[in-house]
Design a protein around this ligand. Sequence first.
Ligand code: ACM
Ligand code: ZN
Length: 507
Amino acid sequence: MNILPKPFRIDVGEGSFSFRADGKVATDLPAIASLFGGADAESRVKFVKGATEWDYVLKVTTKGVAALAPTDEGLFHAAVTLLQMAGEGGEADLPVCTIYDKSRFGYRAGMIDVSRHFFGVETVKKLIDTMALFKFNRLHFHVSDDQGFRLRIDALPKLHQIGSERKGTCGDGKPAGGYYTKAQIKELVDYAAARYIEIVPEIDLPGHTRAIVAAYPELSCSGKPTEVASWFGIHSKILCTGKDKVYEALDKIFAEMAEMFPSPLFHLGGDEVAKLEWAKCPDCAAVYKREGLKNLEELQGYFTNRVIKMLKKYGKTPILWNEALKSDMLDESAMVQYWTTDKPSRDRVLRAVNEEGRQVIMSRCDPYYLDYPCGTHSLKAMYMLEPADELGVKDDKGIFGVECPLWTEHVADEETLFKRFYPRALAVAETGWSAPGKDYRDFEDRLKGVLYLLDRRGTVYTPVEECNPGKIKAALQTAAFGMKMQRGCDPSSARNWRSMSLKQPKF
Ligand code: ACM
Ligand code: ZN
């Protein structure tokens, strides 16, 4: 049986039960009925809510199938497992067995960046629908960046009127834009919830905000007009830390986003902040002096903590990319998402887990970033990453979960999106769900046996044979990707990049 992610325990007995996935099942949950041939209370395949310490227990006898779970979500997971057990043909003599299953981590996510390239509701739904088949439970939705702001905020209409449109992409001269209406966000949130996936939104702050600043230039240090970025890389036109109107605007954004996204989690970004403008700004200088700050990281820390305080009014727990730890003053309620690969950052994350008791989401760029080609981040490397080993912890206590991000600078269409996402994301789905202990061959065999589920939904993916290229192919793919990244960057990006390590301001 090809079940992915691998269940915690399977006890096999004698005999079998003949099962057809297109038959009706006994359930009152539409999400389960729709995976099979509909609902019928008389069916011998029953989904019943009841007490168990497991996420679900799935029992196959010669007479039928009984799924038991304490929650609807657990029953849905049981249904997904059963669907996979039926296999590609949709009918199977299931061996008599009992599956006892539970997840390793409570947070199992994929991320999609809809700023660098905008993807419509139908594409996002397809992503959610397929993720649910592999027990992912969060979609991190990166809706704001330098190249586009993708929500409609009624109190700040220029965010979608101006901030969602750019004049072109890397010199192609073709206007590109798009944003989600509130009705569309509700449609996505409801669609995801029906599949037991929560959408966690991210407004990346205070860097990666050129689209916000293009809409409302008065929120930047200089106040000068600028345009939504049409090149990638690091941009220095960012939010000012010293102007009250910045915090007032963010509060309006949070208020409307809190209504749109019921998730208790809210991502505040915090990565790659080019601090050039701060270092010359009288308003930033006033905060710096008033607060007795010692360097520009602390200025980011001040900004972030002030924003977190506002966010807490809406009952949200903040998540930040791991650079936010550099100030050494990040609010203790904040979780961090670990992505950078440099040693000082890693050491800082380890300290956050081991000494500060902070919760971390494992998203180490190498190999979890899905925008890189398989030659750089192979399926095997993604599968083999063991979060506890990487974080140097003996158990999973400090690990909130795992997430594979898909940045879309170089992902402009749906086909590329799904080929980047699948099947590598399924390695992360398995790490997020299954008990520790890796066996790549076994994983790959099971993977090949479940890919038909993607085919059925018209979802393309990279063939497994291309997911672990040999050395030469890998080197060529890595070089080509590096060149593409380089060519897509704004000319000022290198200077702005260097400014990320600027410590002392001029004032
Ligand atoms: C990131 O990749 N800049 C979080
Ligand atoms: Zn400023």
